[in-house]
Design a protein around this ligand. Sequence first.
Ligand code: MEV
Length: 422
Amino acid sequence: MGKSSELSGFYKLPVTDRVKTLKEFVGLSEEEAALLQKPGALGFDAANRMVENVIGVMPVPMGVAVNFLINGRDLVVPMAIEEPSVIAAASNAAKMSRPKGGFHATTTEPVMIGQIQVVGIKDPNRARFEILAQKAEILKHANAQDPVLISLGGGARDLEVRIIETSQGTMVIAELLVDCRDAMGANAVNTMAEAVAPLIEKISGGRVYLRIISNLAVKRLARAKAIFTKEALGGADVVDGIVNAYAFAAADPYRCATHNKGIMNGVTAVVLATGNDTRAIEAGAHSYAARLGRYTSLTTWEKDESGDLVGTLEMPMAVGLVGGATASNPIAKIAVKILGIKTARELAEIIVSVGLAQNLAALRALAAEGIQRGHMGLHARNVAISVGATGDLIDKVAAQMVAERKVRMDRAKELLAELSKS
Ligand code: MEV
């Protein structure tokens, strides 16, 4: 791309000028720029083909986080989210990461797990052995289901078999490991799991019930790392505050749920903007956070020998660029174009970087001034709008409430009545 993503003053521009800036930054076409500014961009026909019983569409604002430098590339990141402050916070954290080179992210191969549940087996170790002995045959049958995936270099790579104890007795769980390339993979994996089930029944002598993808995608991980200088963060005390905030989350599930929620503010917003499955990513994130038997932080925060802050985030990241809403929703397509990416792995690397940025921003605010000050401005505007303020009055009512530190509906109503008269 070559251009810096530090689009200073972007937030002050009217929406039309932001789209114009973006059009130049990423090379959007006239049609794409026009579509972005059309709230009804997902037409009824498209919506009606996506789900059942369609009666409308639920619009969510989409913004872009600026200042991101990820693996040496400058980019702006589309985020779809209803919560104020999230996009500004991500942009801020991205800016603070730049002195040390921004975010460095990697991914594993895009391998998903397809589970086949076998019950009614008296000698599970014998069954496990025999299923594994027929691995080549089972993988061949799985791969026969999806010639397109194979032609793109993906496909079922391996088979593992676990024996688990359940309230219904011992079960044998066969797991297909499928390289999904640029697809999220649920369709490919579920098709393969269903296809090999009769073979597995025959080999094991058991009865298969479930054949379904696992969202605990431990073989499809994304990792990000960034260093934030103490100067960029506002001093050594802020670094200590953040390390302490992390220790609190790592030790205590009540704090950790909120800590990880903050990470997911960033992660889910990009997942949604690109038309991916937010629930799959959320399920993977929280189950990964509990994979060691205790729920803990998805990020880590440490102080290095210069007193700077080093953050990492590792989590499952089953996102795709082909199939699903990413390919059918026109806004998701534009979001992918804005990111300037060609592979699902690049998308996963961006998402995990945004998650890390989001966590940094939240911890810094919490450890320093508290979260409310940053939230107040937009919240006040929303309250003003909710009591009927329009045009200039929105900002006037909001500013007065913030100045008085009384951001409440009752006060908004009074101010609106007063200011409308004058
Ligand atoms: C709010 O949406 C997210 C935070 O609560 C995250 C956190 O507490 O770390 C600010």
